[in-house]
Design a protein around this ligand. Structure first.
Ligand SMILES: [Zn+2]
Ligand SMILES: [Zn+2]
Length: 324
């Protein structure tokens, strides 16, 4: 996970014969109905699924998911798959490029959104025979549509918080299925809230939530539905935790003081009702080298903008009151 591939310095002798971008093949954008909803094309979907109906290709997709940074160089992917046969790897990669995998010439490979979803489905054991999804209503209003129609779902070892009104997934995080044991299902959302906040706090302080080992952190682009988030990786065990900048800001004392003054009880509300902790629109990327972001909290007619650096530390807080 935290392996640095630059060390081996190997460059691919030849690029796999993959097409550059799927749009180049003359296809047009997906057909749309007048109301803007996509028409389901079952033939396209069946073709896409057929392309991943192969253990080796699923291995490629899950290997590509195991990184903080895309593209993954061809040589690195080949090493991780322990593949001596270039022709075999090239052939299967070529079958994936487009729907699940993207390719950047001379740079390497990354996962499309479909590829990311596929990888998490595979690794979360959603296709394991014993899988059964647990589900219960969750408190609070949706940050996107304001409806109180939230549900916590548990496919395998993940907790997924979805709004059934606007059909948006607000949170998708590692969550032990054991949380459903020994307590009524109605109590599990509270456990999910506390668990995620505790994990985030621990990781942000450099303490591995799994083994208490030291964690190293770096900003990671395009993860957990945010344009940037902090990735925390344990130096002693395989644990990795990604924390939104909004959560790091929400945990900061100065921001909490603002929230308390604005009348927010930070102990009462579940974290998914705080826009900064789920909605990328609250995040402004000020700079990418080094990474610097701003997170905005709005409460009634008051606003607080927290600036965070590439270590995930709040370096500046700007408050505005009586905005009317
Ligand atoms: Zn909603
Ligand atoms: Zn650890």
């Amino acid at each position: 996970m935290d392996d640095t591939s630059a060390a081996d310095g190997e460059t691919p002798e030849s690029d796999p014969p993959a097409s550059e971008t799927p749009a180049d093949d003359g296809t047009t954008e997906a057909p749309q109905q007048p109301n803007g909803e996509f028409v389901v094309d079952y033939a396209d979907a069946a073709e896409a699924f057929a392309a991943v109906g192969n253990e080796y290709r699923l291995r490629i997709v899950t290997e590509l998911a195991e990184t903080w940074e895309w593209p993954v160089p061809y040589s690195e992917l080949r090493r991780r798959l322990d593949e001596s046969d270039r022709g075999r790897l090239n052939y299967h990669l070529n079958e994936l490029v487009g729907t699940f995998v993207w390719k950047e010439a001379d740079e390497g490979y990354g996962l499309t959104q479909s590829g990311r979803r596929l990888a998490s489905s595979v690794t979360a054991g959603r296709y394991h025979e014993d899988d059964r999804t647990r589900s219960t209503t969750a408190p609070g209003a949706c940050v996107y549509c304001d409806a109180t129609a939230l549900r916590l779902e548990q496919p395998a070892q993940r907790g997924t918080l979805v709004c059934t009104a606007c059909e948006t997934e607000l949170v998708d995080a590692s969550f032990p299925v054991g949380a459903w044991n020994g307590r009524p299902a109605a109590e599990v959302p509270r456990v999910f809230d506390e668990y995620i906040v505790r994990i985030s706090r621990s990781a942000s302080r450099g303490i591995c939530p799994a083994c208490a080992g030291a964690m190293v952190a770096e900003p990671v682009p395009e993860v957990i539905d945010f344009s940037y988030a902090m990735g925390h990786a344990c130096t002693a065990c395989p644990r990795a935790t990604t924390v939104p900048f909004g959560t790091l800001a929400w945990l900061d004392d100065t921001v909490r003081t603002f929230l308390h003054r604005a009348g927010v009880d930070t102990d009462e509300r579940p974290f998914w009702t705080v826009p900064a902790m789920v909605d990328d629109d609250t995040l402004t990327v000020v700079s990418t080298d080094p990474v610097s972001v701003e997170v905005t909290f709005e409460v009634d007619d008051a606003r607080c903008v927290a600036t965070l650096d590439d270590t995930g530390t709040v370096t500046h807080v700007r408050e505005e009151w009586d905005l009317g």
